[in-house]
Design a protein around this ligand. Structure first.
Ligand SMILES: Nc1ncnc2c1ncn2[C@@H]1O[C@H](COP(=O)(O)OP(=O)(O)O)[C@@H](O)[C@H]1O
Ligand code: SF4
Ligand SMILES: [Mg+2]
Length: 322
């Protein structure tokens, strides 16, 4: 068995993006590192799905595999009706346009030598969509993301981190994507700026009819913007479901630890949950969280937990859900 099951996936016909038993491996000194070890989730059009989990648990690798920036070792990614691994040529190019990604560090992901207006316009050239993006349309896009077009000739270093993230969002939207994958888009920003960027993403979602795949190591950040949440632990899904159900009723001990760190969650941090994330090169047997879990018993060490249903749209992979 590669993962921990796909029972939690909804009707395939309703999904814009569906990931089944995704596996991603890297060859490293010491062997094969399985960064993603059988992850499944689905996203419906217009939803915001957040993937959360501590640094190193495989969030970015999952996202990159979804857009085939990393080649999956196993698993199926379906976008609309198309299975991504089966696409080549023009079809793959079209899907690449429709799935856009923005990253954590906006300043370093923008070309430092170019004017921001050109940076925003560049994808339109690459994808032969210039006729859609003249100066006037670029001005409108800048206004839409909250950058005054009169500063269009400035370079990225002349803007703040939050402004650079706005610019990289504009650059992604020029391609009129269906899905925007935002990999820790606010993690490098001050808390006050984080809220502004989250609000902007939420507004753009309806204006541009986007589906959002939002990645964060911080559950507090995703609370207000998510329709659904995936909690990942060491390359696997620990818990997945409707955001209200998951936040009101966190069932996986790992989710509860993450939530306990959020001020006002009402959960007490459990002192016995400590230590470092184990290496995916040598993951624990059975439940991968057993080395840090205060509720672990014999079965947790020997058997991989499969998903059980907590609520109609809320699933947890744990032998002893809380
Ligand atoms: N290119 C790579 N080569 C080798 N190991 C990698 C590579 N990219 C990621 N990893 C490893 O895969 C695991 C998951 O990393 P990542 O997906 O970046 O996690 P996250 O985004 O949740 O912080 C980590 O152990 C990381 O060291
Ligand atoms: S399966 Fe066992 S070790 Fe894993 S989270 Fe549940 S109780 Fe803890
Ligand atoms: Mg990451």
């Amino acid at each position: 068995m590669v993962g921990i099951g796909t029972e939690h996936l909804r009707d395939a016909d309703d999904a814009i993006l569906r990931v089944e038993d995704l596996v991603v491996e890297f060859s490293v000194d010491g062997g094969t590192l399985r960064a993603v070890a059988g992850v499944s989730f689905d996203v419906q059009a217009g939803e915001t799905l957040s993937i959360v989990g501590e640094s190193g648990c495989g969030k970015s690798t999952t996202a990159k595999a979804v857009i085939h920036l990393e080649e999956p070792a196993d698993g199926v990614v379906t976008f609309g009706d198309a299975e991504l691994s089966a696409l080549t040529g023009a079809e793959l190019r079209e899907v690449r346009r429709e799935l856009q990604m923005i990253f954590q560090d906006p300043i370093s992901s923008l070309n430092p030598r170019r004017a921001v207006r050109d940076i925003i316009q560049e994808p339109a050239h690459i994808w032969e969509m210039e006729e859609l993006w003249g100066d006037e349309e670029i001005d409108e896009m800048m206004t839409e993301v909250g950058i005054d077009p009169q500063y269009g000739d400035r370079r990225p270093y002349q803007f703040s981190g939050g402004q650079c993230q706005r610019i990289s969002i504009a650059r992604a939207l020029v391609l009129n994507p269906k899905v925007l994958i935002a990999d820790e888009p606010v993690s490098a920003l001050d808390v006050s700026v984080q809220a502004q960027i989250l609000n902007l993403l939420d507004d753009l979602k309806s204006d541009f009819q986007l589906t959002l795949l939002f990645i964060s190591h911080d559950l507090a950040v995703v609370r207000n913007i998510s329709d659904r949440v995936v909690v990942m632990y060491l390359g696997r899904v620990a818990e997945i479901g409707d955001a209200d159900s998951l936040f009101d009723n966190p069932s996986h001990p790992y989710t509860r630890t993450l939530l306990a760190a959020v001020p006002g969650s009402g959960l007490e941090a459990d002192d016995s949950i400590s230590g470092e994330l184990p290496s995916p090169l040598n993951p624990p047997t059975g439940c991968r969280f057993h080395t840090r879990c205060p509720y672990a018993t014999e079965i947790c060490i020997s058997e991989v937990p499969v998903f059980t249903q907590q609520d109609p749209d809320h699933w947890v992979a744990c032998h002893h859900p809380q």
